[in-house]
Design a protein around this ligand. Sequence first.
Ligand code: ATP
Ligand code: MG
Length: 397
Amino acid sequence: MENRFQAFLIKYAEIGCKGKNRYIFEDALVKQIRHALKPVDGQFTVSKESGRIYVNCEGEYDYEETITALKRVFGIVGICPLVQIDDNGFEDLKEQVVAYMDRTYPDKNITFKVVARRARKNYPVDSMTMNALLGEAILQAFPEISVDVHEPDVFLNVEIRNRINIYSEIIPGPGGMPVGTAGKAMLLLSGGIDSPVAGYMVAKRGVKLDAVYFHAPPYTSERAKQKVVDLARRVARYSGPIQLHVINFTDIQLYIYEKCPHEELTIIMRRYMMRIAETIAKENECLGLITGESIGQVASQTMQSLAATNEVCTLPVFRPVIAFDKQDIVDISVKIDTYETSVLPYEDCCTIFVAKHPVTKPNVNVIRKNERKLEENIDELVKIALETDEKIWVEAD
Ligand code: ATP
Ligand code: MG
């Protein structure tokens, strides 16, 4: 079956794309759209024409898949499916416009307004006249329909270019900024619900993602690691490919377990995760770290614990879900399709070495003092952990 729509007009927000930076924003958006459409059934060309972005579909393509893919491209605020017709004179255009309205709005109990534009000024009818004549033709064809020039239900756009575009529907996009317009950050990705959402949120502002996962075999299984890879794949649907670093954290964890008070295990472990993440981040041109921490969610996320964890970092640490209730985070994870993977039961390394009564108000001076008990071997263990870095290039699934 031939597709009804031959192209899509991509609407994007003007924020951040003023003046001479505009092309950076647009080029990044074009690149991300091309990338998102690669796995979709069909042949697409993405083009930038006089300040607008079009996706042209050559021949047959999968409409649903195309929309799904475009809805994941940050920077897009609206997707308008276009009916494109050849210019066969104004009488033909009238007929086509009436046919478009008939097919698009089976219920004619609506108000509309025609918005005609001549991008090609040699077209014999000017836009004001087109508005009037096309409106009249629609009114004549459908008695129930009416015009409302102030707040119509439907804006019927008719654009005269080399071909003629007819459109009225706007499918909402995700908003945000195109990935690649705001540098890169290192996501601390665990198998939980929060960190994939945190990565998604920062990527939505145009930031490219690398990720690091601290693996503690045999205390954490291969399946737990695979779960993190699967989560990264889901996030990559939005953020583009993610370089995932898997760090073997077992010896550090065991050493902390051996030397430090058990109620401080989690905090000290988190401090080492942050230190190592920061080292890898700096080696990979990341400008910040991202975590899924949220105030008060667990003992290691009280204000005091966050301060103790934060203290070891020099890069900014972005915590986009810091003030979110769990349910709000869950809602996003459901929306972005990470939830069902996140709730699979495979343990992550934090659940193995948790104390019965972890400190909830750690004193940074006490933590520092106890960390000194690690002095003898910790630098070497960190160095070895960094050498275990298994790099996995994760593409969207
Ligand atoms: P999540 O749902 O993201 O796992 P959580 O509520 O389980 O979070 P914690 O386990 O305290 O919280 O972890 C807090 C944050 O630390 C996580 O959101 C994540 O960014 C990071 N983190 C925790 N464990 C790991 C790990 N094994 N590898 C990488 N990052 C981790
Ligand atoms: Mg966790």
